[in-house]
Design a protein around this ligand. Structure first.
Ligand code: SF4
Length: 1536
């Protein structure tokens, strides 16, 4: 390293030479020497350009020039803080794009030296204006550090594109050169080799960081497609790693400074540096600097902490560094002399202290008083370095009892201490007292005054006299009236025009011989006189004034006129500043004149009335609000007015950007500024900065005061017309923003986006979009700032809690409240401190647990430490009082709701209404409790309890009415709905709810991987959405070619596995939305379709699969196929959507375009179903006794083949059974499984027609209101079997004959080889739970693919999820056997219990699963096998079935042993189903876990082995005979 002596700016400049392509340096006297040094420096690399920028306002344009014209990539700026204000809009735009795209075309690093201004004020305020952006901000404590941090900044900017600001106190550091000896300014400079090594190391670390993140993401994704998308979306940067906007924000930005600082060669830089000798430290001095402290001058009780990195604020490190016993924090901040409120560091430090307790339960929050030392005349570094200064500050701090602001300049310069604000004490500063009388919160409005002063300094012209205190006062003061101010402005404007005319006269007067310098200056002024004040060079005006004063060339009269108009040579930023009264009456206040004038004048309007407690609302106040809220809308509608809504306390950067944009806009501009206050007369003595910040956050985050900027189209460089700057938005605002941005794209982007659209259509689309945006804008404005806020937080595994939350939301809107509805998982617990009224609605999951989407919230709330004394709340819980039936388990009933309620009491919140409890056991369900609780809620929150009228219908136009499933079907235009639009929307992986329900009719529905749900949520990702596709396969028969097609589709588009379902068909899981059409299209090409595989129609018709008599099997197979075809929906929607209107090979897709004739002028599309289709799903099965492998009684309609009495070889007809169904709801006795009742016998030629008529009876009489009561089993039980029979007979014009005898022996499959017809055989292969997958040691999927290649017969799927390799010629048996053997996939050695086990899919794909099923049953069977073997029952078939929820997809209720999921790891255990499927089982024990299951079953198994009558007595019969459970004879007995 070389050591040379430099100034602070020079040191930073040298680093810029080594890291940048171009340096833009402010060309003024402060930097003259730096410019010379850099230009002569040997460190300058080839290609590096140095640009001197003479005017601060030219920096943005110069940056654009060097990037766009010269192609420079790494830009470094060396300047004073004032330049930053000109660059703020550019950096704001830059960082927004970076966050969206993850890349930029150039990098920016700033080296900003704080120097004394003419006003002798040293301020770093402008640096803090960037604190809300994705910008790194670091400080340098010495000249060496100026160099080092400039290297760090340049490197970070170059490698990540994150802009960096390195700031330093140039004035002080350079002054120490003369006073403190040259040693202090010696700079060690990195050699090119060192720099290269450092840069490489940084890139490696960054790549590691990104790789680790991406690896985590990829491991969470189960889709190769998604990974591909992610890769495609990524952006290659020259730093050799791939990033997107989210990675920049979430991964790189938080880590960057730490990573780069730590690696700096031969130094040990830290984000937070401390000198804290022990835990006895009671006073801690915090500043951006550290190294200058003379430690020996202070006792151990004083500690020092330097926050080198201000952004990203190193919160965790800061919290860690704070000693537990500290009682005073002294924060030193370098702010301008106009700063009178808490400095920016306080706003980072206070939340960090509050969070300190949350990270560790045992840690108390640090409760230190804060002394915020503001200084503009003395350097913070100087104070730190000089014990005589710092001791005085510490002395002051120890003399105070509570938090306070110390104006240090007054301490040292004026020898007095000025206490601006003191919380908890009535210590009002004298100079505030006059202003207090004016009725405005002095301390709160000061930031805006401060910002105007800082931003525009000498250019600022507050026309209605900001420097007179009356500008902040009530409207009766003439000077504060906008009309008055505007009059003054017009007068000024006229005088400027007069001056211009005068100058033109002089220049054009041939009789006046001007000196060349004067002529040149005046000509230059004329040229620039129309430029915005921002770009105007005041030096030119100063020069002209001097020339005019000394001129002897200009005639006296004109000279006098010039002298009088001389002030107008200067261009000003003209502002009218006003408050509430201006906004209250736009028409009379004069605001209207300003808006409509078109003049370049700016208005800053402070809104102090936006926060109003409900009980304080009055009619007058509401009127005022209503008027006020129009001001933004009014201005926006003008279309040519710049409008912004800002809150300095919520986002300093956004507020500053808006002021700068308003100033630059060459027309009228209105800036609405939020000024939080909780009461009309809040005075400065009770003012609390923290409280103000909370109120501001409450208003902005709650959406009551959104931050936005509207830049009229076609003006300036701003692309977006409307920018919502609020970070957290209500959903409707986000929607608006999205639409608005789309509009902006349509308006401004080249027409290539619309190449397929002709001009007239484009114009129409644009107009529609504009109208929609305008409507939304009006809605937005109308929805803002009305009524008291209400936050509704819900958590729900099903939809009930969410539905209840929506009802509260609607009720709140009807009563004029301003509600927001948020799922708990999307809500940060910390935010509660900023909320006013909150309603919590939570359902109960598992064993008194929170629903999945409420767990994170509850975990955070349980350990939170916060004071919620300002929060009013009420809780509504949903649960089932019988879900956990034992007395000691009653504690689980509504536990989450009760826990929440208790926790909020602990946190000091105000319960305004006792918890409401909804109980599923109530005859009206949870709604009974809700209907009792909800009406009381409104009075409790102090809003009108009754809205009058019928439910307020029609009062809201922004909330679509809830559409029922029935309406959804009717409105779907025969199953079309929005399916095509939703499928085409590639911005999301799922579809909306209504489309989802319609898709079921097409054989598919959306799911998400529940294994990944929580982690993805935690990572800020949407759920891993995909779709399940179910094939319609009547009779369950597939060809080998069809099997191969499914195998290919599973590999290409699904999760690589095939599921054989309990209804004899194929399912694929994990198909992405974008592949749905392709996959279903391919299935059609393979002669399979998916229509009616789900939905409220007749679904797949199943038929017995055990072909003991093959010709009979063939007959029922054909019957299944014919019934299925006959009952198919006739709409052409399926054909249109999935097959593009094209017919496909064969007849997989029915010829659906049949004309069904006219009726009332309308084509009958669905002659059987009508527009509403069936009330619920409908299922049909066909069995041939003695095999009941289909569980014929489990379906809505079961057909039992009756053979001819003599030969028993021909089917003559069928016993028709109706009203079976498995689904129920735990503990809801109104729901139950039911086995079908036999209506009677019919000859086989009547069967298809009878099926149709039975469907019609259900269509006409099924319950279309309550879907839980809509299955045909309830229709039959409601009316009786005889009534039902009559209804069918009425329609079919025939009578049922009496039931004919039949006998079943089992409902399981028959395994192994059986001979079917002469010379042909079938082999039934056990497939565990129907999952065809390759697992180590069991390559089933590969084996079956191979089988499909060689097998000459067909494949028969069974209703127990197994596979029959059918029609194998004798000669081929060895081949098949060998093949199965070679893959080790035969049935040999499996226990009879396992062979008769069956589980539904459940987790991770089924959205209704409460517990594991398919993934768990095999291991449970293994545990039971031990007891089965011990009992000698290995070859005794016992059916055991498991489902993840009570819906019963695996037909658990007619198994001998059944386990039905209730909660993770917890099941209800049922026993006693008949082995032949003719009897339901009965609950043995509720809510048992694995250990309890084994403990319960082991002795029963043993008892069965010992006590059964003989080997023919089945387990299900035995447990009833032995009195272990009662027999269930009818569905309605099931719960008894
Ligand atoms: S029984 Fe329940 S958990 Fe199992 S697949 Fe059916 S709905 Fe899902």
């Amino acid at each position: 390293m070389a050591s040379i002596e430099y100034t602070a700016f020079e040191a930073a400049g040298l680093a810029s030479l080594q890291t940048s392509d171009v340096i833009l340096i402010e060309d003024n006297h402060v930097l003259e020497k730096t410019i010379a040094t850099l230009e002569g420096s040997g460190l300058k690399r080839e290609g590096v350009t140095i640009f001197k920028v003479p005017r601060q306002s030219e920096f943005p344009l110069t940056i654009k020039y060097v990037v766009e014209e010269l192609g420079k990539n790494a830009v470094s700026v060396i300047a004073t803080p004032e330049v930053l204000l000109h660059l703020l809009p550019l950096v704001d735009d830059y960082t927004k794009k970076l966050a969206a795209q993850g890349k930029a075309s150039f990098s920016l690093s700033f080296n900003i030296g704080v120097v004394s201004t003419d006003k002798n004020s040293v301020s770093a305020s402008n640096i803090f204006a960037f604190s809300d952006l994705i910008v790194g901000i670091i400080s340098s404590n010495s000249t060496q550090e100026c160099y080092d941090m400039a290297i760090v900044s340049g490197l970070v900017a170059k490698t990540t594109f994150i802009p960096m600001i390195n700031y330093f106190d140039a004035a002080y550091l350079d002054s120490t050169k003369t006073t403190g000896g040259s040693q202090q300014n010696i700079v060690d400079v990195l050699t090119p080799e060192q720099l290269e090594t450092y840069e490489d190391a940084v890139k490696v670390e960054l790549k590691k960081l990104v790789d680790e993140h991406q690896k985590t993401q990829q491991s969470l994704s189960d889709s190769a497609e998604q990974q591909e998308e992610q890769t495609n979306d990524s952006v290659a940067t020259d730093s050799e790693y791939l990033v997107d906007g989210n990675i920049i924000k979430q991964v790189i930005y938080p880590a960057i400074t730490d990573l780069v600082l730590e690696g700096y060669p031969s130094k040990n830089y830290k984000e937070v540096e401390s000198d804290i000798s022990s835990d006895s430290v009671s006073t801690l001095v915090i500043s951006p600097y550290f190294s200058k402290v003379q430690r020996e001058s202070y006792t151990e009780k004083t500690g020092f902490l330097g926050i080198r990195v201000y952004r990203p604020f190193p919160q965790d490190k800061f919290v860690k560094a704070i000693p537990q016993n500290v009682d005073t924090l002294v924060i030193l901040e370098q702010l301008g002399e106009s700063a009178k409120v808490w400095g920016p560091m306080v706003f980072d430090i206070v939340p960090a202290l509050q969070k300190s307790a949350k990270s560790n339960e045992k840690t108390k929050p640090v409760q230190a008083k804060i002394v915020d030392g503001l200084t503009s005349s003395i350097s913070v570094l100087q104070i730190l370095e000089s014990p005589k200064y710092l001791e005085k500050v510490l002395e002051y701090a120890s003399s105070k009892n509570s938090s306070t602001i110390l104006r240090i300049d007054d301490v040292f310069l004026n020898n007095k201490i000025a206490e601006q604000v003191e919380s908890g004490e009535a210590a009002n500063a004298q100079h505030n007292k006059d202003e207090e009388k004016l009725g405005l919160e002095v301390a709160a409005r000061l930031p805006y005054e401060q910002m105007l002063n800082t931003t525009f300094s000498e250019r600022l012209n507050v026309i209605n006299a900001i420097h007179s205190k009356t500008v902040w006062g009530p409207s009766e003061k003439l000077e504060t009236n906008p009309e008055f101010g505007f009059g003054k402005f017009v007068n000024t404007h006229q005088r400027q025009k007069n001056l211009k005319k005068l100058v033109l006269d002089i220049l054009g007067d041939a009789n006046i011989s001007l000196g060349s310098e004067t002529r040149e200056a005046l000509t230059e002024w004329i040229k620039k006189s129309d430029e915005p004040s921002l770009k105007f060079d005041s030096k030119l005006a100063e020069r002209i004034v001097q020339l005019v004063e000394t001129s002897t060339d200009i005639p006296e009269q004109k000279l006098n006129q010039l002298a009088e108009l001389a002030p107008y040579f200067f261009k000003k930023s003209n502002w009218l500043v006003g408050a509430d009264e201006w906004a209250a009456d736009i028409g009379n206040s004069g605001v209207h004149h300003v808006i409509s004038s078109g003049y370049n004048v700016n208005m800053l309007i402070l809104d102090t009335d936006s926060y109003q407690k409900p009980q304080e609302a009055t009619e007058t106040h509401t009127l005022k609000l209503n008027n006020k809220k129009d001001i933004g809308l009014y201005a926006l509608n003008y279309g040519s007015v710049y409008v912004a809504s800002i809150s300095a306390f919520a986002s300093y950067s956004q507020a500053m950007t808006a002021l700068i944009e308003a100033d630059a806009y060459p027309g009228p501009a209105i800036v609405l500024a939020h000024l939080p206050k909780s009461t009309e007369k809040l005075i400065s003595s009770s003012y609390s900065a923290i409280e103000t910040m909370k109120l501001a956050k409450q208003a902005v985050d709650g959406g009551r005061w959104p931050l936005y900027r509207w830049h009229p189209a076609g003006q300036g460089e701003v692309k977006e017309q409307f920018v919502l700057d609020s970070e957290k938005l209500r959903n409707e605002l986000q929607e608006f923003l999205d639409r608005s941005n789309k509009l902006a794209v349509m308006s401004t982007v080249a027409p290539k986006y619309y190449s397929g659209v002709d001009n007239s259509l484009e114009a129409r689309k644009k107009k529609e979009a504009e109208e929609a945006a305008s409507r939304d804008l009006q809605k937005l404005m109308a929805g803002l700032r009305t009524g008291p806020s209400l936050t509704i937080l819900y958590a729900s595994d099903a939809h009930n809690a969410e539905d209840a939350a929506k009802r509260v939301n609607r009720g709140a809107k009807l009563r004029g409240m301003n509600p927001e509805i948020i799922c708990m998982e999307d809500f940060e617990v910390d935010e509660l401190e900023y909320k006013e009224n909150v309603v919590f609605i939570v359902s109960t999951a598992g064993q008194g647990e929170f629903p999945t989407n409420g767990r994170k919230f509850w975990k955070a709330l349980s350990t939170a430490s916060m004071n919620l004394s300002n929060l009013k709340y009420s809780v509504f819980g949903l649960g089932d009082s019988q879900y956990w039936p034992r007395k000691e388990e009653y504690i689980y009933y509504n536990k989450p709701g009760k826990d929440l309620d208790r926790r909020f009491v602990e946190l000091g919140a105000n319960r305004v209404l006792e918890i409401g409890l909804g109980d599923d056991q109530d005859s009206e369900g949870w709604e009974a409790g809700f209907n009792n609780w909800e009406p009381q809620l409104w009075g409790a929150f102090g809003v009108t309890a009754s809205i009058g009228g019928a439910d307020g219908a029609g009062l809201l136009d922004d909330e679509p009415p809830t559409i029922t499933d029935e309406q959804n079907k009717i409105q779907s235009n025969y199953l079309r709905g929005n399916i095509l639009t939703e499928l085409a929307d590639d911005s999301k992986g799922n579809v909306d709810d209504f489309t989802g329900k319609l898709l079921k009719f097409h054989g598919t529905y959306g799911q998400d991987d529940r294994d990944l749900r929580e982690q993805r949520k935690a990572d800020g990702l949407s759920p891993a959405y995909s779709f399940m596709i179910r094939v319609r396969l009547p009779g369950g028969r597939a060809t080998c070619d069809q099997w191969k097609s499914m195998d290919d589709l599973a590999n290409t588009y699904a999760n690589g596995t095939i599921k054989i379902t309990t209804r004899q068909t194929f399912q694929l899981h994990g198909v992405l939305k974008k592949n749905l059409r392709t996959t279903i299209g391919e299935m059609n090409r393979a002669l399979m379709d998916t229509i009616a595989a789900c939905g409220d129609v007749n679904r797949n018709v199943v038929a017995t699969a055990n072909p003991m008599q093959p010709h009979l099997h063939q007959e029922v197979y054909e019957l299944a196929r014919d019934i299925s075809e006959h009952l198919l929906p006739k709409t052409t929607a399926y054909h249109e959507i999935w097959c593009g209107g094209e017919m496909v090979a064969g007849k997989a897709v029915s010829p659906l375009s049949v004309d069904y004739g006219q009726q009332d002028g309308e084509q009958i599309v669905e002659p059987l179903y009508g527009k509403a289709y069936l009330p619920r799903k409908f299922k049909i099965a066909i069995a041939i006794p003695p095999e009941n492998d289909v569980d014929v009684f489990a379906y809505d309609l079961g057909l039992i083949a009756i053979l001819d009495a003599e030969t028993q070889t021909k089917i003559v007809g069928y016993n028709v059974a109706v009203g079976g169904g498995m689904g129920m709801t735990h503990n809801n006795k109104k729901t139950y499984p039911r086995l079908a009742s036999i209506l009677g016998y019919l000859p086989k030629d009547k069967i298809i027609d009878t099926c149709e008529k039975i469907v019609m009876v259900q269509r006409d009489h099924g319950d279309r209101v309550n879907r839980k009561h809509a299955r045909m089993k309830y229709t039959i039980d409601d009316h009786g079997v005889d009534w039902f029979r009559e209804q069918v007979e009425l329609r079919m014009n025939a009578k049922f004959e009496p039931e004919r005898p039949y006998s079943f022996t089992r409902n399981g499959d028959r395994y192994g080889w059986v001979t079917t017809r002469s010379g042909f055989n079938n082999y039934t292969l056990f497939i565990q739970n129907g999952r065809v997958a390759d697992i180590p040691g069991y390559p089933l999927k590969t084996a079956l693919r191979h089988l499909a290649d060689v097998h000459k017969g067909y494949l028969q799927l069974t209703c127990n999820s197994h596979l029959i390799i059918a029609d194998v010629a004798d000669a081929d048996v060895p081949t098949i056997e060998n093949l199965l053997k070679s893959y080790n996939v035969h049935n040999k050695s499996l226990s009879a219990l396992r062979l008769h086990s069956m589980a539904c899919t459940a987790l991770p794909t089924c959205g209704l699963a409460m517990a594991e099923s398919e993934r768990y049953l095999p291991s449970l069977v293994q545990l039971l096998e031990h007891h089965i073997d011990e009992a000698g029952l290995r070859n005794d078939a016992i059916t055991i079935r498991m489902t993840g929820c009570p819906n019963g997809c695996a037909r658990p209720y007619n198994a001998e042993i059944a386990l039905v999921g209730k909660a993770p790891g917890v099941y209800n255990l049922y026993l006693g189903g008949a082995h032949d499927g003719s009897r339901l089982n009965k609950l043995l024990s509720a809510s048992v876990d694995e250990q309890q299951i084994i403990e319960l079953l082991a002795p029963i198994i043993k008892q069965y082995a010992l006590e059964r009558l003989n080997e023919h007595e089945k387990f299900g019969d035995f447990v009833i005979r032995a009195g272990i459970v009662n027999e269930t004879r009818f569905g309605m007995d099931f719960h008894d």
